[in-house]
Write a protein that binds this ligand. Structure first.
Ligand code: MN
Length: 263
């Protein structure tokens, strides 16, 4: 940081005093305070523990800073250790002492009563974020390969057509929500959007399918780094998509959901 200081004139705390006598002005280097010049201390994702209950914090498979420069470490830290922890704790509180505590998160979502807003928001928040973290990798980006690539070309026309659909769905989602790549029971891929923490597994929300890729478009997912420019965040997301993980979910969903035509 460069400031002008008059030799012999005090540079005040919190205020810069400059003499009116320009002849005496000298440019000096003022070092930044150490805590500003160095990066902010980050916690460790594996140190984030949920309150006792059915659902645990699944550790991030990478550090908070692993997705930089596309998604910044501070956003990841707050998103995981504050927002996601909050959903997990509230979900545990909502199911504690009820038959729901013995169900999987998928069973809770597929049998959800939409009028149960606490469960809807927090079961959705828990599942959605876990899939979101798993949808990204520091070694991500590029394009899918193999059977998933062929399916994307079959159902969207090309990878770029798919990318355009996901981008448009993410950018046009009004307010908070999610954009998804889902597979239906016939193996068809499609892109859908949901509001708030809704999820395509929930009954009667207007879209359906098994999610294999999740994109969080809540402002808390990008605002520190991208402010109002959601489109820039969405573009950055494509650079960290973990296509290997998406392909694994695609294969698993196919194996589980497509009826055996021989029977
Ligand atoms: Mn989020």
């Amino acid at each position: 940081m460069k400031i002008l200081s008059n030799l012999g004139i005090v540079v005040g705390v919190g205020a810069l005093l400059i003499s009116c006598n320009d002849k005496n002005l000298t440019e000096v280097q003022v070092p930044l305070p150490e805590d500003v010049a160095t990066s902010v201390q980050m916690g460790n994702p594996s140190d984030v523990i949920a309150n006792e209950g059915t659902f645990k914090m699944i550790p991030l498979p990478y550090s908070y800073g692993a997705l930089e420069p596309h998604i910044d470490a501070r956003t990841m830290e707050i998103h995981f250790s504050k927002h996601h922890l909050g959903y997990t704790n509230k979900l545990n509180a909502a199911v504690a002492g009820t038959p729901l505590a013995k169900l999987t998160i998928e069973e809770i979502l597929t049998s959800l009563d939409l009028e149960n807003k606490t469960l809807r928001n927090n079961a959705g928040g828990y599942y959605n974020h876990n899939l979101f973290w798993a949808s990204m990798s520091s070694k991500g980006g590029g394009e899918p390969s193999g059977a998933l690539s062929a399916a994307i070309i079959k159902h969207f026309g090309s990878y770029n057509d798919f990318k355009n659909q996901l981008t448009e769905t993410a950018n046009k989602q009004f307010g908070s929500g999610w954009a998804w790549l889902v597979i239906d029971k016939t193996g068809k891929l499609s892109v859908v959007g949901t509001a708030n923490q809704d999820n395509p597994l929930m009954p009667n929300i207007g879209v359906s399918g098994t999610p294999i890729l999740a994109l969080d478009v809540w402002e808390h997912a990008y605002y520190l780094q991208y402010q109002n420019k959601r489109n820039n965040y969405v573009e950055a997301f494509f650079k960290v998509i973990n296509w290997n993980a998406v392909a694994k979910r695609y294969d698993d969903a196919l194996a589980k959901e497509i009826p055996n035509t021989i029977q």
